[in-house]
Design a protein around this ligand. Structure first.
Ligand SMILES: [Zn+2]
Length: 351
């Protein structure tokens, strides 16, 4: 893996590089930040740079050509131990930390980290989903963390810092990761061939809130279909509040699932609407005229000719949408939220 494949996080890379050059890299790091922003990628890059046989160990660089680098690329490096929570489990299994019942103490991260390096001069563990460890796992891991040795590095990765036991936290150096920029997400979508066109990548990235995994969710066909349908309702002239409310509520019902899933769908719908209005404002303000869709043009054309007035109206629509997003996040009843939203959207457009 080469550093230019890592998007964003430049300051973190520089900080790691400085720690290496001063030989001050702690024996345990805790990478914290939202899902899908590249924490694991940085952890793997750090490991590869430390393992690389061709580059100095006091710099965050790797050659991508030596035996170690090739094994890292293939995921077969014998000194890297990587664990994560299986997708069907809510808790990181204890067996990954200290081995299965019959193999207790003879496998798992703690055992692996007590072994001598096989290829290079250290062993490195990457524990993804560290915030999904229960107290038993955390306490088992603590023992290993309490006996730091020069030839090991542990990198814990977590979305939520609060979910990590304070005893673990205090033994790791925490590094907080920020979101990716929209451009980084768009470029990653193209690079990883998840999206074919720049326009689509930009559109998805805008909604992804700096997270590649959120962007991936957005590529789901049913969500995209939903976005298209909802946009169709938004541009109707005159706006029809009942039809809008019904189709939103129906869409949430269709996607189904538990209340939490329905709330998530509702949030997506509101996000789609807010994004639509946001683009409409930009277009109405004569900003970036080329990149807007025919639907946006049509929608804006339906307002007064007076630029200031139409920007104000669309701004009010956007504000109303943001208020709904807040209400839904605060667990308000979805149906009521949507119904009152629809009526207000009508009033704003008619005023
Ligand atoms: Zn190398």
């Amino acid at each position: 893996m080469i550093a230019n494949q890592i998007r964003g996080h430049q300051l973190i890379l520089e900080m790691l590089d400085r720690s290496l050059s001063r030989s001050r890299l702690p024996h345990a790091l805790l990478f914290v930040g939202d899902a899908g922003i590249g924490k694991k990628r940085v952890a793997q890059h750090l490991a590869q740079c430390l393992f690389c046989q061709q580059t100095p160990v006091d710099q965050l660089v790797c050659c991508n050509e030596c035996n170690s680098c090739k094994q890292m690329a293939a995921g077969t490096h014998p000194d890297l131990i990587s664990v994560e929570c299986p997708p069907d489990k809510a808790v990181l299994p204890l067996s990954l930390i200290i081995g299965k019942d019959e193999q207790r103490g003879r496998e798992g991260i703690c055992y692996e980290m007590s072994l001598r390096p096989m290829l290079g001069d250290r062993r490195i563990a990457i524990i993804d989903d560290a915030d999904k460890m229960n107290a038993e796992s955390a306490n088992a891991l603590l023992k290993t963390l309490e006996e730091p040795s020069a030839n090991y590095l542990m990198i814990l990765i977590a979305n939520e810092l609060d979910a990590i036991l304070p005893t673990i936290r205090s033994r790791c150096q925490s590094i907080r990761f920020g979101h990716l920029s929209d451009d980084d997400v768009a470029e990653l979508l193209i690079e990883q061939q998840l999206v074919d066109f720049d326009d689509r990548a930009t559109q998805v990235a805008r909604l992804a809130e700096g997270s590649l995994s959120t962007a991936r969710q957005l590529l789901d066909e049913s969500l995209e279909e939903l976005r298209v349908n909802i946009t169709r309702q938004l541009i109707k002239k005159p706006f029809q509040p009942q039809v809008f409310a019904q189709s939103v509520i129906q869409a949430i019902d269709d996607i189904g699932g538990e209340t939490a899933t329905q709330r998530k769908t509702a949030k997506w719908i509101i996000k789609f609407c807010a994004d639509f209005y946001h683009q409409a404002i930009q277009y109405a303000a004569n900003y970036d005229l080329e990149s807007h869709s025919e639907q946006i043009r049509q929608f804006v054309a339906g307002f007064s000719d007076e630029a200031e007035e139409r920007i104000e109206k669309i701004g009010n629509l956007l504000d109303r949408m943001i208020l709904t997003e807040e209400q839904i996040s605060q667990n308000a009843t979805i149906t009521l939220c949507i119904e009152s939203l629809s009526e207000d959207l009508r009033k704003i457009q008619k005023s």
